[in-house]
Design a binder for this molecule. Structure first.
Ligand code: CAA
Length: 258
């Protein structure tokens, strides 16, 4: 598969998807969103892939938002379509993926860039990363899930402050807020993400996807998270990974999940 706005690389069980428009600070245009969608679906369908790492190219930005030039002439209908299609194709798609997605935030994560990071399951940032949802400074609001996922992660008051002020916060503050899981130097960013990815990939992939599904259910107003957890827990008992995991424990050896 060939891409023009992203780079797709697999090493052992981990795929790295790098958004690659550094001279536009990796801004998300329609083609980039389409290619990210194709890449994550491709990785999800490949049984050899156990974890996806998402990052941006260069040392300045993860993603500086949706491509402002591309949507600057849009009308109301096109604006609604932009948000609907983008959320479906990429943001909701990532959040609901069976394969865990770690976001390695290597600089600015603004607007659609922060929304992309928040759709991922785990976020690690470099010290130079900056976070914000500056859409109101453009006469817009966040349209890729930012008004929903930011309050989930940092609370309503802090989210409203960030959204209404269109301001930016440092990596240090993002860590304090719980917006990112850890902060490391830029040179250690990818190695740290890969190390975490490797620790995840040692575990049962069927149990991992059930855990993602159950955690997400708790944030879905149409679902009862506790009921989903019970059902998913029960389903685990019917998997070969459950047999292998419990047998390995009883036989005092490491499990070998396929
Ligand atoms: N869209 C399109 N192009 C962008 C961009 C974006 N979101 N962000 C940066 N670029 C482009 C710039 O236009 C510039 O291109 P040219 O060299 O061709 O002029 C290039 O990237 C470098 O950017 P700057 O010269 O602006 O770099 P800087 O260091 O002076 O500033 C910045 C960096 C503070 C991140 C600044 O680029 C900026 O404010 N970017 C826009 C951030 C933003 O508003 N994001 C929200 C977008 S709207 C959105 O995301 C909607 C949604 O929720 C769906």
């Amino acid at each position: 598969m060939s891409y023009s706005t992203i780079v797709y690389q697999q090493k052992e069980t981990i795929v790295t998807i790098t958004i690659n428009r550094p001279n536009k600070l990796n801004a998300l245009n329609a083609l980039t969103l389409k290619e990210i969608h194709t890449a994550i679906k491709h990785a999800e369908e490949d049984y050899s892939v156990r974890c996806i790492l998402l990052t941006g190219s260069g040392e300045k930005a993860f993603v500086a938002g949706a491509d402002i030039k591309e949507f600057s002439k849009f009308n109301q209908v096109e604006g609604t379509q932009l948000a609907t299609k983008g959320q479906q194709l990429v943001f909701d798609c990532i959040e609901n993926l069976n394969t865990p997605v770690i976001c390695a935030i290597n600089g600015y994560a603004l607007g659609g860039g922060l929304e992309l990071a928040m759709a991922c399951h785990i976020r690690i940032a470099s010290e130079n990363a900056r976070f914000g949802l500056p859409e109101v400074s453009l006469g817009l609001i966040p349209g890729y899930g930012g008004t929903q996922r930011l309050p989930q992660l940092i609370g309503k008051g802090r989210a409203l402050e960030l959204i209404l002020s269109a301001g930016m916060i440092t990596a240090e503050k993002a860590l304090l807020y719980g917006l990112v899981n850890s902060v490391v130097s830029l040179e250690n960013l990818i190695p740290t993400a890969i190390k975490l990815g490797k620790s995840i990939t040692k575990n049962s992939s069927t149990a991992i996807s059930a855990a993602i599904y159950s955690v997400n259910a708790g944030f879905d107003v149409n679902k009862n998270g506790y009921e989903i957890e019970k059902e998913s827990f029960g389903n685990c008992f019917g998997t070969s990974d459950f047999k292998e995991g419990t047998q390995a424990f009883l036989q005092k050896r490491k499990p070998n999940f396929n």
